[in-house]
Write a protein that binds this ligand. Structure first.
Ligand SMILES: Cc1cc2nc3c(=O)[nH]c(=O)nc-3n(C[C@H](O)[C@H](O)[C@H](O)COP(=O)(O)O)c2cc1C
Length: 260
């Protein structure tokens, strides 16, 4: 049993990169992936339990809320959470806090991985990806030190009620968008998309991906396709992908990653 457990959701690898960096600062940590049902929900032996996830549609990604409800944490364990977002914090941290009662929380902005909505370079103020990565790295070191020191946040995460409504509304729009996923002629049938999909929603049929209807919109397939062959309609065709450079597609397929 590890001293620390971090539950992580990550679509394009940015939160996993951060989770690994925080885990190195803490030592002896299991990172349990939450893109599908977590492989370990009994965290009662851990001294510190963390949650690191991206803001999606203004709230918690995928089925994260229901996964978190299944996790058992010791009453005296230290609980912390970090959210990565492009433009705003949304209501995800607050929802999480309502379930696990966080001791400490923080948020940090990165480029947007929602490339069906905007190019990832469209940041306000303009920020280069390298600068955004350095900022995340600095934050990860600060958070690891704060967690080791047992720091407590003075306030609860903001409620942001409008985002709770938005996240429900956008969930429905997403169901329509899912139907537009397709691979173009650049596809080499390597199967990366099939492996990286947390929902087994992609199957290679005749060497090309076929998309089902069980998508949570993580965009791992779009971001990690080595040929940028997967698009959502035409809108993403000319948009640069933004997977995290330190995280490989195979890293995202792991259920639990141990960091000493
Ligand atoms: C489907 C989708 C929806 C998103 N929605 C939001 C949002 O509502 N607000 C926001 O600030 N960022 C949003 N983002 C941006 C991500 O939160 C941000 O890029 C994050 O760093 C991605 O981390 P990850 O690669 O670990 O998933 C969204 C990204 C995706 C793919």
């Amino acid at each position: 049993m590890s001293e620390n457990i971090i539950y992580c959701y990550s679509g394009a690898g940015h939160c996993l990169d951060m989770a690994k960096k925080i885990a190195r600062g803490l030592g002896d940590t299991d990172i349990v992936m939450m893109r599908s049902y977590p492989a370990k929900t009994d965290a009662r032996e851990a001294k510190r339990v963390g949650f690191i996830f991206s803001c999606m549609a203004g709230g918690l990604p995928g089925d994260v809320e229901s996964y978190v409800k299944a996790i058992q944490i010791a009453p005296d364990a230290y609980r912390f959470a970090v959210e990565q977002y492009a433009g705003y914090l949304g209501c995800g941290l607050r929802k999480l806090d309502e379930i696990v009662h966080l001791d400490y929380w923080d948020g940090i902005s990165n480029h947007s991985t929602a490339i069906w909505l905007m190019p990832h370079t469209l940041t306000v103020p303009p920020t280069k990806p390298e600068t955004a990565q350095k900022r995340v790295d600095r934050k990860a070191a600060e958070i690891a030190a704060a967690v080791m020191a047992g720091k407590r946040s003075e306030k609860r995460p903001p409620k942001q009620a409008a985002f709770a409504l938005m996240s429900e509304g956008l969930g429905k729009t997403h169901a329509r968008r899912v139907k537009k996923f397709a691979a173009n002629d650049s596809c080499i049938g390597c199967g990366t998309c099939e492996r990286v999909c947390p929902r087994n929603n992609i199957q290679l049929v005749g060497g090309k991906p076929s998309f089902g209807s069980n998508c949570i919109g993580c965009l791992s397939c779009v971001q990690y396709c080595p040929k940028s062959a997967i698009n959502i309609g035409r809108i993403t065709e000319k948009r640069e992908r933004y997977p995290n450079r330190n995280v490989k597609a195979e890293d995202l397929t792991q259920k639990i990653i141990h960091i000493d």
